[in-house]
Design a protein around this ligand. Structure first.
Ligand code: NI
Length: 369
């Protein structure tokens, strides 16, 4: 029983041993297969820098790496960087001439071309306060306006309400438009008009940092509200005044259609159409300061009143003494009409008269009204 038991026990051990060995071999085989799978996966793993859809991203020509020491090719010139040649600035003295400045906001848009035709036909110059996004879209219209003698002003990038914007937003709106105009015509604007006339101390400070005076207006045609050419014409002509800055919008077809009549009616009244910078010629505009119109020249000072002549005892001419007749008295030939006689010596007590000197106001808004 014991041997039998041992014999049967040994057989069982032998079977178990074979079973263990078989299991180990199977495990080894499985481990070997697993290792092979891992190696295969590693080899076939795609390079993370190669796009999965290599055919879509594959360059048609192999990229060339710059060679050490090789000179980099000169950058391709950007279109629009060639400065526009503007006609010579006119020498118009708006303290003498009846000047008026038409301004057109929010463009350029395709309709601006028709307006430029009208202005050219009337030999009138104007100022365009442009929106940066439109400058980027229609740079050729900006270039044409400058080439025909008009002036370009900054009217923000997206026509944002800058008086209600953060400092960063105001900086961006003004700066991006300065850059867009510089790209289009070769130089940035010298003027700035806040959209809606919405400005505050922060906007003024940033305008000042950009060297830009704030140009508002003194005549609002409300052409954005009244899309009626006749209404806009009548309002512009009725409210025009010497030194005025008139606000219109070249983005509205009805406004552009109103311009020929406005030009003709105001020309009949003796107005000369100038740019804003021409309007203020001879006067330095202060960056950040608001301007609404050119103030009229101060009235000339009253003529100096000569001191009363001192009374001296008259000496009766003695008989036989020839009398001295003052020039211009009866019997003496006087200067013909329209010709000024030679100036006589001023009385010693009268101060020398000096020509009136125009003093620009400390705050341009004070001259309103
Ligand atoms: Ni505007």
């Amino acid at each position: 029983m014991l041997f039998g038991g041992l014999s049967s026990g040994g057989a069982k051990v032998s079977e178990m041993t074979e079973a263990v060995i078989g299991a180990v071999n199977r495990n080894r085989a499985m481990v070997a297969v697993a290792l092979l799978v891992c190696v295969w996966l590693t080899v076939m793993q795609p390079d993370p820098e190669v796009p999965a859809t290599a055919h879509a991203a594959a360059p048609t020509t192999p990229a060339k790496r710059p060679q050490a020491g090789a000179t980099s090719p000169s950058p391709k010139p950007k279109t629009g960087l060639v400065p526009v040649v503007a006609p010579p600035r006119r020498n118009i003295d708006c303290t003498v001439v009846k000047c008026i400045a038409l301004t057109f906001d929010d463009g350029p848009m395709p309709g601006t071309a028709k307006l430029l035709n009208t202005l050219a036909a009337h030999k009138a110059r104007a100022t365009f306060f442009v929106v940066g996004v439109n400058v980027a879209a229609y740079p050729d219209l900006v270039r044409r306006a400058v080439a025909e003698g008009h002036e370009i002003g900054n009217h923000s990038w997206s026509h944002a309400d800058l008086g209600r914007s953060s400092k960063g937003k105001v900086r961006s709106e003004i700066g991006r438009t300065q850059d867009a105009v510089r790209r289009a015509i070769g130089r940035p604007p010298d003027l700035f008009r806040p959209p809606y006339g919405s400005t505050d101390g922060q906007v003024a400070a940033i305008a000042r940092q950009n060297g830009l005076p704030q140009i508002i207006w003194s005549v609002d045609t409300f052409d954005w509200r009244d899309r009626n050419s006749r209404v806009v014409e009548r309002r512009a002509v009725r409210e025009a005044h010497r030194g005025a800055i008139i606000l219109m919008h070249d983005i509205h077809r009805t406004s552009v259609s109103a311009v020929p009549h406005i030009l003709e009616a105001l020309a009949r009244k003796g107005y000369v159409f100038v740019t804003v910078s021409e309007l203020y010629s001879g006067q330095t505009l202060s960056p950040g300061t608001k301007y609404r119109h050119r103030c009229p020249p101060p009235p000339p000072p009253p003529p100096a009143v000569p001191a009363a002549p001192t009374v001296t005892p008259s000496v009766a001419p003695s008989p036989g003494t020839p009398s001295v007749t003052p020039p211009g008295a009866a019997g003496t030939p006087s200067a013909p009409a329209g010709v000024l006689a030679a100036p006589s010596a001023a009385p010693p007590s009268a101060p020398p008269s000096s020509p009136p000197v125009e003093q620009p106001p400390a705050d341009a808004e004070e001259c309103e009204g």
